[in-house]
Design a protein. Structure first.
Lengths: 787, 271
């Protein structure tokens, strides 16, 4: 009785202090009450919606015997053997004002017979014999793909490898221990694609969790370089299929008690190992004095990063505190290979010169974010935050050129470092607020200040023998503000206004000194930059009924950087070569128009349309300068630097023309013009063209156990006109299809058989067929689901 | 260069392909329908549809998801927020993305609500052009299930780090740095474009160009790097005559400025 009084007095006010008239309770059931058949259905129907594992009301869980007996914020609710004095019984019998359970409208109430069963169950000792639910699913798969043409392009496009692949698409096992902890295991193994995942998680709901896992996957790359439009032979390619293996091992643990800080700790070890083709292509002669950089280049990577993360979250007196700390330690070794030829090579030929750039890096990176959020009033929320990042790095670099065709020739030593150190510190302070709605107005906005200092120093030998030293420093301070105002006072309409303003000041210093055999070389530079960004946005969303939403917006953006160069000295005869020492100003101005609609008039036909227009103009203002070796003077001043324009149209339709058929369709068209210099002699002209894309997914139910699926994907890229005769083919002219037709059939209650046939085709005339392929796929999956 | 004939052939092939597949699908449908008498139309839905569920309005969601509901008006999606009236749930509420919530409210089960983390199509039904970008030859592997939209975006505006808008702290390109550490590390000599952000040069979802570059020629660089044309065929970039270089390749692919993200030993970002 003391317990009952304590419960009632602790939480619920005057009404709770009234004595409980237990004579109003139905008598307890006299027969043997079975938990699984008599009680569990009542809990699931009327209690677990609010008192389950996920955000239980009053911190009271009824998911296990331990948690049910433990009670919640209102104390112990069940007294085994004493149902008359168990507050749970008083609540479900509506004997306590304001604590009638379940609350009206939340779930069905219990009738007197059901309350009688609950009383009998409590009096008989609160037996909890719920069978442990164990679910096991597995999806063994077999896939066979034949590819004629470029296998690497197929891999790049679709993320699948050719040939036979066997594996387990998905394995899942979930269950519950006797103590109520949930155990989850899932995994994936797909041979050929080298795609693996293993994860184990044990969670005690509302208390804590532990998780361990390992995953790895292979990133496939292209082996080709560039090509010339009209080249008669196939473009060059690397000997072996380049790929990069990624892996991740992790351990995570956390506390999730409602009345205690929420803590998450994670340790991850991330790795990348392998070789990919890069775009620092090697030169190939195409005329007496003409070369084109089209020969493929590679970069090998070996990287390991260890990352520790700690995240804490708690609420004190209506103030929410979040902190996220991340510390990383990393090592990276890279080697880039860059080939040069004196004559047009045959495929697979050794380069005349091979330049290798080796780089090693070690780094420590740390970041901490702290944020406090408080709801001051119903309509006013404020947030303050601080973010700090720290980076310390050490690196080494060596450049060597070899002659693979003449092993006896001594390597030519390029630049080589002795020591490289980089350091960066950054602080951000942020204050933001959310106010409203007040008279249909909602305002959110924030101010953020940032201060960053970066320093770098490198010492070594330039061209293998000349002592060299480089240093740089940068101080950046900036303030940024953003605001969003919305108004819902007009019928059916939301109006929004937004602004983002930023100003930053950057002080950049760079110097270098090289003692070469021809004399000292060096430079000292200082550049002061003021960067400004102004971005304004206005928009509306109009819904005359629940069936329509029409939306539109206009965004205007002006980004500008003004430079002053107080110091730009050079020890050579030609001073003032520092970059960007002759630029006074850069500016990019543009706007975006965005219109769209969503129509929900018919539940079986749901279209959406969107049009976006992007436009940006680039301007520069430069100083005048003299061409070297007595050349003429070039005027500076403001001039047009480039322009980008694009129109994007897109349409999405979900349609259900028949109760057995559901189709989703997306169609898009983009028209782009982007250019700077237009000079065939320089091999440059505007990048102009369009892109079509189409994707759909159709499902058709053949029967209760069988359905058909059809998935199609298509794009056409038409930038072929951007190619110039004799120049590198920058334009792209390509058309790609992918069609997958599948049938799924359920075998009883525990298995689903899925067979798919896929056809894939790529046609890329601008690559002279080097990327063309035609592929066929058969995929069979058996999904097994055991409860 | 593609010939007109070739294009017509491909287009015809595509148009013919669909009826052929449709016939195959219908033939299969008829054959299997003959052997089955019942069907289950409720099993078919396109996200964020939830068969059998009704719209309940934001208030019902806020009972459990209070924090998300509180932060949401300040998020980028908050531009469509127009109160919690169930009347607007279908077009401008939580359920316009997560699907009708009545079943989820009843059961509390994750299976009864759409979580866009598990199905990007729930996001792509509105962000249609992004769907197109994910089908491009070079793309982040979202449609393949390797990544999710939530890995980079916060639709509710509640993350402690928020890329744009919302109440969180913002740092440029914080989401890119999570994975692309090699490119984002500070260097002795920095490429100024990194201060402007990764999207100065890259399309984050997908592109027809390697490295998700916006463009595949030197136009990409010349927007910002002053080009002074001299007569008909010459050009100076940064006071240096680049006339002979541009035709040889792009600024980064011709073996010159290959350290595009910054260099530790070369002031001109050569390597």
């Amino acid at each position: 009785m003391r317990t009952l009084l304590a419960i009632l007095l602790s939480g619920v006010g005057a009404g709770a202090q009234e004595p409980i008239d237990i004579s109003k309770l139905p008598m307890p059931a006299e027969r043997k009450v079975d938990f699984a058949t008599d009680i569990l259905p009542l809990l699931e129907r009327s209690c677990l919606k609010c008192h389950g594992d996920n955000r239980p009301k009053s911190d009271y869980r009824m998911t296990s015997r331990d948690s049910a007996l433990k009670g919640g914020e209102l104390g112990v609710a069940i007294l085994p053997g004493d149902s008359a004095n168990s507050s749970l019984v008083h609540y479900i019998a509506d004997l306590v004002e304001d604590l009638e359970m379940p609350p009206e409208g939340k779930a069905p109430t219990l009738n007197r017979d059901e309350i009688s069963l609950i009383r009998g169950w409590i009096d008989q000792g609160v037996a909890w014999s719920e069978p442990t639910k164990t679910v096991f699913t597995a999806a063994p798969m077999a896939r066979y793909i034949t590819i004629s043409g470029s296998e690497e392009s197929f891999r790049q496009h679709w993320g699948m490898t050719g040939g036979l692949s066997l594996g387990l698409g998905q394995v899942t096992a979930t269950g519950q221990t006797k103590s109520g902890a949930n155990v989850e295991f899932d995994g994936r193994f797909i041979g050929g694609d080298e795609d693996h995942l293993t994860r184990l998680r044990i969670e005690r709901p509302g208390l804590d969790y532990v998780e361990v896992g390992y995953e790895s996957w292979r990133e496939f790359g292209l082996s080709s370089g560039g090509w010339l439009d009209g080249m008669e032979h196939s473009p060059f390619s690397l000997a072996n299929a380049p790929h990069l293996d990624h892996d991740r091992v992790w351990f995570a643990a956390g506390l999730a008690k409602l009345d205690a800080p929420k803590l998450d700790f994670t340790f991850e070890s991330l790795g990348r190992n392998g070789r990919l083709a890069t775009q620092q292509w090697g030169g190939v002669p195409v005329g007496e004095f003409e070369t084109r950089a089209i020969y493929p280049a590679t970069k090998s990577v070996n990287e390991t990063i260890h990352r520790l993360s700690l995240r804490a979250e708690h609420e004190f007196d209506d103030t929410q505190i979040e902190d996220a700390l991340t510390i990383e330690f990393g090592e990276l070794a890279m080697e880039r290979g860059h080939a040069e030829f004196f004559s047009l090579p045959a495929t697979g030929a050794n380069p005349d010169y091979l330049t290798q750039i080796g780089e090693e890096r070690e780094f420590e990176r740390g970041a901490n974010s702290l944020r406090l959020t408080r709801q001051l009033k119903d309509w006013w929320r404020v947030s303050l935050g601080h973010h700090f990042t720290k980076f310390d790095g050490a690196a080494g670099l060596e450049v060597v050129s070899l002659s693979p065709n003449d092993p006896g020739e001594a390597p030519w030593m390029g630049d080589r470092s002795n020591a490289i150190r980089t350091k960066q510190r950054s602080h951000l302070l942020n204050a933001s607020t959310l106010m409203g709605p007040w008279r249909n107005l909602t305002l959110s906005g924030g101010v953020q200040g940032e201060s960053t200092r970066r320093e770098g120093i490198a010492t070594g030998l330039a061209l293998g023998s000349s002592p060299a030293r480089f240093a740089s420093g940068q101080d950046r301070t900036g303030v940024e503000g953003n605001m969003q105002l919305s108004y819902t006072g007009l019928n059916h309409t939301v109006l929004t206004l937004g602004a983002r303003l930023r100003q930053e000041s950057i002080d950049l210093r760079e110097d270098g000194h090289i003692d070469s055999e021809w004399g000292a070389e060096g430079f000292m530079r200082e550049t002061d930059e003021i960067g400004r960004l102004a971005q304004y946005r206005a928009g509306f969303a109009w819904s005359p009924s629940t069936e329509w939403l029409v939306r539109g917006g206009y965004k205007w953006r002006d980004s500008r950087s003004d430079y002053e160069h107080p110091l730009d000295s050079d020890l050579s005869d030609e001073s003032g070569n520092g970059y960007p020492a002759h630029i006074n100003r850069r500016r990019a101005r543009g706007d975006v128009i965005d219109l769209g609609f969503t129509w929900r008039r018919f539940p079986k036909f749901l279209p959406g349309f969107r049009w976006e227009r992007h436009r940006t103009d680039y301007e520069l203002d430069t100083q005048s300068f003299n061409e070297p070796w007595g050349g003429p003077s070039r005027d500076g001043g403001r001039h047009w630097a480039g322009k980008h324009e694009s129109d994007v149209f897109s349409l999405s339709i979900v349609s259900i023309p028949h109760s057995r058929l559901v189709a989703t369709t997306s169609i898009g068209y983009t028209d782009t013009w982007s250019g700077t210099i237009e000079s065939p002699a320089l091999g440059l002209q505007p990048f102009e063209g369009d892109v079509w894309f189409y994707a759909d997914h159709l499902s058709y139910a053949l029967g209760q156990a069988t359905d058909l699926t059809l998935v199609r994907s298509y794009y056409r890229v038409d930038y072929g006109g951007s190619n110039l005769p004799g120049a590198i083919a920058y334009g792209l002219d390509a058309e790609r299809y992918g069609i997958v037709l599948g049938i799924r059939h359920r075998l009883g209650q525990t298995a689903m058989f899925n067979v798919q046939y896929g056809w894939f085709n790529n046609d890329e005339p601008s690559a002279n067929g080097a990327h063309d392929y035609n592929a066929n796929m058969i995929l069979a999956t058996l999904s097994i689901d055991l409860n | 260069m593609r010939t007109q004939t070739n294009r017509i052939r491909q287009t015809l092939g595509w148009l013919l392909n669909f009826p052929a597949l449709l016939c195959l699908a219908l033939a299969s449908a008829i054959l299997i329908s003959c052997t089955t008498t019942q069907y289950a139309p409720v099993t078919l839905a396109a996200p964020p549809q939830i068969p059998g569920a009704k719209f309940v309005g934001n208030k019902a969601c806020a009972e459990c998801h209070e924090k998300i509901h509180g932060d949401f008006p300040s998020s980028a999606h908050g531009r469509f927020y127009r109160g919690d009236d169930a009347h607007w749930a279908q077009v401008a509420g939580c359920e316009s993305c997560h699907g009708a919530g009545s079943k989820h409210v009843e059961t509390g089960l994750a299976a009864d609500i759409v979580n866009p983390r598990h199905d990007p199509l729930a996001c792509l039904k509105c962000h249609i052009s992004t769907h197109g970008e994910f089908t491009m030859p070079h793309h982040h592997r979202v449609l393949e299930g390797r990544m999710t939209c939530i890995d980079c975006h916060d639709p509710h505006g509640q993350k402690i780090h928020q890329p744009a808008g919302g109440l969180g702290l913002q740092q440029r390109d914080a989401v890119c740095v999570q994975c692309h550490k090699e490119q984002s590390a500070p260097h002795v000599f920095e490429h100024e474009a990194l201060r402007e952000g990764c999207m100065s040069c890259h399309k984050p979802h997908g592109a027809m160009n390697r490295g998700l570059l916006i463009q595949r020629d030197a136009n990409l660089c010349l927007r910002c790097h002053a080009q002074i044309q001299t007569g008909g065929a010459g050009v100076f970039i940064g006071k240096t005559d680049h006339t002979g270089f541009l035709r040889g390749g792009t600024c980064w692919s011709a073996g010159c400025h290959s350290a595009v993200h910054g260099s530790n030993f070369s002031p001109r970002l050569l390597y």
